[in-house]
Ligand binder design. Structure first.
Ligand code: SAH
Length: 263
């Protein structure tokens, strides 16, 4: 029995819009050699296909168990953390990680639920709207003049990094140390304590204004909400955006109160 199996069960490899069925087979083989078995295919152009079977060699079971979905959203609906692999720097507002940094985070999140590693189409990669569904982007730091790996080879690199981490963590029995998220993609530093407190104050007022608590104590909800936003570490611009949303909600609540003063 592979000692890395229990956590590996919760790591899903997702291939989006694969054009060549042989690549699906090669990806399945790359996965199985590294102890990964959960494959999901989003709108593959040709599947099932003899070329996939041929390239999978002894990993036909991974192909046989693969799930097929119409959209990426459907394929990752139950996932708690999703990373999208990109051959290029897309200048999207997503944290970008190297495989070596992504692997321990994936494993740590896999301790709590299912995680997904998403790969794009051979010719065009992942669409921006698909990357928006991901929590982070992963880029293999390849030759910048020729950075696009074959799809299955990119799967192999990620699967190998996950394998090393899984073995180091003894198949999930030893907790993985989660590195502090890198902030290289951040254009601005995290909001100051005071900016966040200002936001939390407005959030509490807004919850009152929209009668969110309905008799329950406001503390419990605020406590949980604070945790969410502290974990996200928004920057000052993001805090301003959130406060703009709250201001509109407060305005709507006021208007509703004026229209119907009895409520
Ligand atoms: N021409 C496409 C490349 C697609 S390669 C593009 O520029 O986006 C097929 C898939 O393999 C990519 O969508 C990505 O998921 C993965 N891949 C290839 N090279 C990679 C790299 N250097 N880093 C991360 N993923 C890579």
């Amino acid at each position: 029995m592979d000692s890395a199996a229990p956590t590996a069960e919760r790591i899903r490899i997702v291939l989006v819009g694969t054009q060549h069925p042989g690549n699906i087979g090669s990806a399945a083989r790359a996965m199985k050699t590294m102890g990964l078995h959960r494959l999901a295919l989003v709108a593959p152009q040709r599947f099932p296909h003899a070329d996939a079977e041929a390239m999978a060699a002894g990993a036909g079971d991974v192909l046989a168990d693969a799930s097929v979905h119409d959209t990426l959203a459907e394929a990752v609906a139950d996932c708690r953390w999703v990373v999208g692999c990109t051959a290029r720097d897309r200048r999207i507002a997503l944290e970008q990680l190297a495989p070596r940094d992504a692997a321990p985070r994936l494993l740590a999140e896999a301790g709590e639920g299912v995680v997904a590693v998403v790969f794009g189409r051979e010719r065009t990669g992942l669409e921006n709207h698909e990357l928006q569904l991901c929590h982070a982007a992963v880029h293999i730091p390849a030759n910048p003049d020729y950075s696009s790996l074959n799809l299955a080879q990119a799967v192999q690199v990620l699967a190998y990094e996950l394998r090393l981490c899984l073995l180091a963590a003894d198949g999930g029995r030893t907790p993985v140390a989660v590195p502090v998220p890198t902030r290289t993609e951040r254009r601005e530093p995290p909001a100051s304590h005071a900016e966040l407190e200002g936001f939390f104050g407005q959030l509490a007022d807004t919850l009152d204004a929209i009668d969110f608590h309905k008799g329950r104590t406001p503390e419990a909800a605020m406590h949980k909400l604070r945790r969410v936003f502290l974990r996200a570490q928004p920057d000052a611009r993001e805090v301003r955006l959130l406060r703009g949303v709250l201001a509109d909600a407060q305005r709507m609540a006021r208007l509703a109160g004026e229209r119907d003063p009895g409520t």
